[in-house]
Design a protein around this ligand. Structure first.
Ligand SMILES: Cc1ncc(COP(=O)(O)O)c(C=O)c1O
Length: 412
């Protein structure tokens, strides 16, 4: 199969670096898009989902028969595991949603009203950015965007300076999904607490790959998505609530109880969980979070850091490539962005896929603001997303391929 498909470029790569190892990688494919969604998932994830689908199949919170009670228990176990992961004392304060986008919308739309002021970062994903822009247009909220350095790092003290009398929320991405930079969440959280302002954190790029503690990090509202670093299936996410203030529910509907009450019940998690939940997905997420608790996020972070630093150094060595963000793995998570000078990122991504069976992401990555900072507006970047299963050998393969592409394209 591989031998039949072999391309001239490719043959050169293989001749240079040894055919055997890389031919296996070519056949298997190299997945470097973990910042979009993690792959592969631990076996326990799909095993738990299969067992639930095949042997149980009941919905949760809605029945009193044995299987429904068992499904309730599985959902509760997932809540408990997530609460433990983020040091939340009450599993009922973990609310499930479809993904982090829904959780972010829930908080932003549920808190901000006409005339309110909100503080946010320059690095936001559209999950926050579009929601805030829509509220600015429709509810006349006021947005302050805190600048960051050319590498994508924010100074927390600038958040303090931006606080006004009508500041009702501070919302920050934890790590950029373009350049990976980790934001000073704990410092911002302390400032938010000092001024009694709720602090919402988008942990899409950090949950499961970087230690987070809602108490130590002073996070009021932690939004998470299940399918990235948490290693669960798509269609899962949620919100961890560590704040007493009022959030209006995004949806109203059945919760399996209080059925004669005309409005959404006011207690957690039912207040924010209208409609039948994604039980199969939540069961898978519960299994992946149990896996993370056993492995420990600290260990995963240490291992990933080594691969990230390795990738930074290998990519940096290639003449004709511009690498963005800090070149220090201690400051970033697994999203590493670069461009081949003078070449559209889509062309690079297409070539890597076509010729080398390497999956990367190209473009703006749904985060237009950071491109103004790194100078890639209108073009975007090639992004690799390193995950817990990424190996040095895969990075070697990528960088050999990139060197060859650059050589061919730029005649270096
Ligand atoms: C920082 C950040 N926020 C939000 C999202 C949206 O995640 P989801 O599509 O799972 O809602 C992503 C995903 O790309 C992200 O990287």
């Amino acid at each position: 199969m591989f031998q039949d498909n072999i391309h001239t470029y490719f043959r050169e790569v293989y001749m240079k670096v040894g055919l055997e190892n890389y031919s296996e990688l070519y056949d298997k494919g190299v997945y470097l898009d973990n910042a979009a969604t993690s792959f592969p998932k631990p076996d326990c994830v799909w095993e738990a989902m299969r067992a639930y689908m095949q042997e149980n199949g009941a919905t949760s919170s809605r029945g009193a028969y044995k299987k429904a009670i068992e499904a309730d228990r599985m959902v509760y176990e997932a809540r408990k595991a997530i609460a433990q992961l983020f040091n939340c004392q009450r599993p009922s304060n973990v609310v499930f949603s479809l993904n982090i986008t829904e959780s972010l919308n829930l908080v932003l739309q549920g808190i901000l009203r006409q005339g309110d002021h909100v503080i946010t970062s320059s690095l936001e994903h559209n999950g926050v950015r579009r929601c805030l822009k829509t509220l600015e247009r429709d509810r006349k909220i006021e947005i302050t965007t805190i600048p960051c350095s050319s590498e994508g790092i924010t100074d927390a003290e600038n958040v303090r300076k931006a606080i006004k009398k009508n500041t009702k929320l501070i919302v920050f991405i934890h790590a950029s999904n373009v350049v990976g930079t980790i934001q000073p969440i704990r410092e911002i959280g302390k400032i938010a607490e000092e001024y009694d302002i709720p602090f919402l954190v988008d942990t899409a790029q950090t949950a499961g790959v970087y230690p987070i503690d809602i108490v130590e990090d002073h996070i009021s509202l932690l939004a998470f998505t299940g399918h990235k670093g948490l290693l669960g299936p798509t269609g899962t996410g949620g919100l961890v609530i560590n704040w007493q203030g009022d959030i209006r529910p995004l949806k109203s509907g059945g919760t399996g109880g209080d059925s004669d009450y005309p409005f959404q019940p006011d207690y957690l998690p039912n207040k924010f969980e209208a409609g039948t939940p994604n039980v199969a997905g939540i069961v898978g997420l519960g299994a992946s979070v149990q896996y993370l608790l056993k492995e420990t996020v600290e260990k995963i972070r240490e291992e990933e850091k080594e691969i990230i630093q390795y990738a930074i150094e290998k990519i940096r060595e290639i003449k004709g490539i511009s690498l963005y963000g800090p070149q220090n793995a201690g400051l970033v998570t697994g999203a590493v962005s670069f461009n081949v000078q003078g070449v559209r990122p889509e062309e690079v991504g297409f070539w890597l896929n076509e010729e080398c069976n390497i999956a990367v992401r190209t473009g703006l990555h749904c985060a237009p603001g950071i491109h103004d900072v790194i100078g890639t507006t209108g073009m975007g970047t090639v992004r690799i997303g390193i995950g817990y299963r990424t190996t040095k050998e895969e990075i070697d393969y990528l960088t050999e391929a990139l060197s060859l592409f650059v050589k061919e394209k730029l005649c270096f």
